[in-house]
Design a protein around this ligand. Structure first.
Ligand SMILES: [Mg+2]
Length: 184
């Protein structure tokens, strides 16, 4: 099968990594419990930042958020390696900005994800992921973001949502943790 993965907050714990960096940079100690209750993808409101300030903060830290030691979700690499060993084709589809695509691909390799260069798609907008998923004719696709998942409700691709506090309303089967997840 052809199996596709979003990266941020599907395979790696990026928002939480950013949350800890925000605490450090802003000299705050916001409780992680509040983070786990967030009903939106953006995290700035926990730090008393408005939308614009949140954007500025994220953009100014983006490189550090992306390329430091962001943890991979437990079991994610093993799960993908196992799929590859079973003969499936693995694709990554991330809407990270174009300027960070090559570095992201290398970071994923360094972390131990099996990456084929031609199977790494990056730099599109959220709503453009759907076109790539269709064009590739993926059998299975995993993502966490409601704005992306909502474009896939009529898709022929079997879609799974990586469970997060902000996507409970999305009506796809869920991955709670990669360690115990099995493809149906
Ligand atoms: Mg994501």
């Amino acid at each position: 099968m052809k199996i596709g993965f979003d990266i941020d907050d599907t395979l790696i714990n990026l928002r939480e990594h950013a949350f800890h960096l925000y605490n450090k940079k802003l000299g705050k100690q916001i409780d992680i419990a509040l983070f786990h209750q967030l009903k939106r993808v953006e995290i700035h409101e926990l730090f008393g930042l408005d939308e614009d300030e949140g954007h500025v903060m994220w953009n100014s830290l983006m490189e550090e958020i992306y390329f430091t030691d962001c943890p991979v979700f437990e079991g994610a690499i093993d799960f993908i390696r196992k799929l590859e060993k079973e003969g499936h084709s693995i694709f990554y589809i991330t809407s990270r900005p174009k300027t960070y695509c090559e570095k992201t691909r290398q970071w994923m390799k360094n972390r131990g994800f099996p990456v084929i260069d031609e199977h790494f798609y990056c730099g599109m907008k959220d709503h453009e992921k759907m076109e790539i998923i269709q064009k590739l004719n993926l059998d299975v696709y995993f993502d966490d973001k409601p704005a992306v998942l909502e474009t896939l409700t009529d898709s022929n691709t079997k879609v799974y949502v990586k469970h997060q506090s902000y996507n409970g309303h999305v009506p796809f089967p869920r991955v709670y943790d990669w360690k115990n997840f099995k493809l149906e």
